[in-house]
Design a protein around this ligand. Structure first.
Ligand code: HEM
Length: 469
């Protein structure tokens, strides 16, 4: 018999599904303490490999990355992303490779990211104005502020500044919210292949059809608008324009259709918007809960700003402390705590254990971030641990992989981080922050909620006091 990785006791039919609970990264972490860093669970009828240490993550994301780089065809993403015509859910292969290349060269290259600098600076200063206008009214809903910033910035870059003036702009927010809820919800049909009718029974099928129709209508309107009315001229170029131009360009080897463009736009909304705002929310929550860390960071930011009232992007390179704070927040609160599920495309062995082809693969980044063998006092928020350390989140250091690693590593790192850094730096430059009077900072609610991303369960309300240099 094949020597399979350990597995907690299973129930008939459902296997280990019932043990995932409402916070799977935490439940899986607890299981791994008992069953070890590599487990093979049975979720319904899907064998699921769960790795929970940096070494095992390196095995999956580096040593054997070439066979661990596909994605499972889960029902909801498959429908919402046009049958895997996007980047994140496309199965491993030529189509995926082409899309990655397109994104790397034309959408998310460092040159492109640089060209969006004025957008980030404008949107962040708009956020500062918003906070200034609200601070006298009491604690500010920062979760809302961050969602707004992230949505504005991503929409402006992906579908254009002019979109905000359109009737359908509000609809985008609503439809994306609906999609994100559906993505985060559990679909039994994915785990019980012999029960395809289950999704009819639960109403998922009908809901999915409705959402897909709605989504497609909104995306069609967007593309229509860009094709007919708005091409050329003096306006800011967005991702839709770039892709429409590529679609017409016969000299490129990229074969793009309308559905591909829609699916890739969905990626920027789906993969980008929520993860960026969730990151900012966690960073700010940790800073407010750790006033000493906040103070030290503010001193650095304010001394770099001298008497200026705005941090610009070129200032960020000097802010070692800020980068350490963000790394520390991503260590404790990775927005994608199990990465995006992968699928193994051939039988293999890890540590002498047999792993079957077709297994779903989850990398428990959340558990790795709290591994006491790697991190001293893992539960404490201590950004100093990253000062003078070479450890970075770009996918080379497996103890810190909030963006994954290997071939499927997040292509949006360079796109996201400047937004997060610029927003936090300016909020800390211009205001002092505290929790509402009646609470104590250290008692702040840091509970999580698991869905498309793992965010803070309760909203972050904070009191902002303007700081004058
Ligand atoms: C703080 C923000 C972000 C975090 C924490 C994050 C995290 C991740 C993670 C964990 C993955 C899965 C990696 C793997 O399987 O190894 C991923 C994939 C991906 N991300 Fe991000 N992401 C962020 C922002 C963005 C942004 C802004 C974009 C686009 C504008 C983006 C686009 C993508 C795409 C397209 C993929 C799929 C890559 C593939 O399957 O080849 N991400 N991201």
């Amino acid at each position: 018999a094949k020597h399979l990785p350990p597995c907690p006791p299973k129930l008939p039919l459902i296997g280990n599904l019932h043990q995932l609970g409402h916070l799977p990264p935490r439940s899986l972490h607890d299981m791994s303490k008992k069953y070890g860093p590599i487990m093979l669970l049975q979720l319904g009828n899907v064998p699921t490999l769960v790795v929970s240490t940096a070494d095992m993550a390196a095995e999956v994301l580096k040593t054997q990355d070439h066979i661990f780089s596909s994605r499972p065809a889960l029902k909801v993403p498959k429908r919402l992303f046009y049958g895997g015509k996007d980047i994140a859910f496309a199965p491993y292969g030529e189509y995926w490779r082409q899309c990655r290349k397109l994104a790397a060269l034309h959408l998310l290259s460092s040159k492109k990211v640089q060209s969006f600098r004025h957008i980030r600076e404008e949107e962040v200063s708009r956020m500062i104005d918003l906070v200034s206008s609200k601070h006298t009214l009491g604690p500010i809903d920062m979760t809302d502020v961050f969602s707004f910033l992230s949505k504005q910035t991503i929409c402006r870059i992906s579908i254009g500044q002019h979109s905000a003036k359109e009737d359908w702009y509000k609809e985008i927010g609503a439809v994306i919210k609906e999609c994100s809820l559906m993505m985060g919800s559990f679909n039994p049909g994915d785990y019980f292949a012999w029960l395809p009718w289950l999704s009819h029974l639960t109403g998922l099928e009908q809901k999915l059809n409705r959402t897909c129709e709605w989504l497609d209508r909104v995306l069609d309107t967007i593309i229509e608008k860009h094709t007919k009315e708005l091409r050329g001229g003096e306006r800011e170029e967005c991702f839709v324009d770039i892709m429409l131009n590529l679609m017409e360009d016969e000299t490129t080897d990229i074969d793009l259709g309308r559905d591909n463009i829609k699916a890739i736009i969905m990626d920027t909304f789906g993969a980008g918007t929520e993860s960026i705002s969730v990151t900012m929310n966690w960073v700010m929550a940790e800073l407010i809960r750790n006033p000493k860390v906040m103070k030290k960071l503010q001193e650095q930011i304010r001394s770099i700003a001298c008497s200026r009232s705005l941090i610009k992007e070129e200032d960020l390179t000097k802010m070692a402390h800020l980068k350490a704070v963000i790394k520390e927040a991503l260590r404790l609160h990775p927005p994608g705590p199990l990465l995006v599920p992968r699928e193994l495309i051939q039988d293999t062995t890890i540590k002498g254990y047999h792993i079957p082809c077709g297994a779903l693969v989850l990398v428990n980044v959340w558990a790795i971030g709290r591994d006491p063998k790697i991190w001293e006092k893992p539960d404490d928020f201590r950004p100093e641990r990253f000062l003078g350390s070479q450890v970075d989140y770009k996918g080379q250091d497996f103890e810190l992989i909030p963006f994954g690693g290997g071939r499927r590593v997040c292509p949006g790192i360079g796109f996201s981080m400047p937004i997060v850094e610029l927003a936090i730096a300016n909020l800390l430059l211009r205001f002092d922050w505290s929790v509402a009077d009646s609470w104590k900072a250290e008692e702040m609610n840091m509970e999580e909620v698991f869905g498309l991303t793992m965010g803070k369960k309760t909203k972050l309300y904070a009191v902002a006091t303007p700081h004058y240099p």
